[in-house]
Design a protein. Structure first.
Length: 273
């Protein structure tokens, strides 16, 4: 009987020890053990992340494929509307966010960002046939769309407040919906980051044209959780991106998807917005 009790206690100790060891692993160790990093994103943010002829493509795919190679893991994509991406990260639905997201002061208080992967300065997309808009100030009194819960919408509203009359802003779950309304003449413009609208205009120049940026210079980065458990994971991702930047791979990816490269800092410590 005594031997059975000792065996049972020993077995319990092993189980508790295993559980403690699992809890002791941080996010990077868990990901490497599983061989998979789960990444949350939306698929309506071309050319960073979108669906083309049924395929999930964009700069995000290329960058994270390279990050996965550096970390020795596969990338598992989890897609949802942008409004649910950052809450999904906080809820533990995935390990990291692709997005990307504009690096802002408010977001940096809550999340840790990777080195910038592109510029995010806000500009306007208008109808090519609309000759009434030639500069940002011409949107006064017009209906302008942007993405729901985005930094671009916030900057549009801030800029619009300086105009008389103020433009009417309309927010969309997906920027693709905003582009569709612009093409149909239901709104006069769309405020989004310059790389995005430049790509959209290049795909349909007979429909869309770009108006000069009105926003403060900002940058896109990938947000992750800002805690001790995720610190080594974020360190590893940062190192992978900086390595790609140094050896030219990031520039090649930017050229592939934007037709240009961007001068970006290695880190944003004091965002302009």
């Amino acid at each position: 009987m005594r031997n059975k009790v000792i065996s049972a206690l020993a077995g319990a100790a092993l189980l508790l020890g295993g559980a403690a060891a699992a809890q002791a692993q941080d996010a990077l160790a868990r990901i490497k053990e599983a061989g998979v990093m789960k990444v949350g994103t939306e698929t309506a943010f071309a050319p960073f992340d979108y669906i083309d002829a049924g395929d999930h493509v964009g700069l995000n795919m290329d960058v994270f494929a390279a990050i996965g190679e550096e970390l020795g893991v596969k990338i598992e994509w989890i897609t949802l509307d942008w409004a649910g991406v950052l809450p999904g990260l906080e809820a533990g639905q995935f390990d990291m966010v692709a997005g990307p997201a504009t690096i802002t002061k408010a977001r940096m208080e809550r999340y840790r960002f990777t080195p910038p992967i592109a510029e995010a300065t806000v500009a306007l997309l208008k109808s090519t046939k609309d000759e009434s808009i030639t500069k940002p100030e011409d949107i006064a009194g017009k209906v302008i769309g942007s993405g729901h819960a985005t930094a671009q919408l916030a900057q549009l509203e801030e800029f619009g407040a300086t105009l008389d009359p103020k433009p009417e802003t309309k927010d969309y779950v997906s920027f693709n919906e905003a582009y569709a309304d612009l093409a149909a003449g239901r709104i006069a413009g769309v405020a989004n980051s310059l790389p995005n609208i430049a790509f959209v205009a290049s795909q349909r120049p007979e429909v869309f044209s770009v108006v000069a940026p009105f926003g403060t210079k900002t940058y896109f980065g990938f947000p992750g959780l800002k805690d001790e458990d995720h610190a080594s994971l974020m360190d590893a991702i940062d190192a992978a991106i900086l390595k790609m930047k140094a050896d030219g791979r990031l520039g090649e990816m930017q050229q592939k998807w934007f037709g240009q490269t961007f001068e970006t800092p290695d880190a944003v410590t004091e965002p302009n917005i």
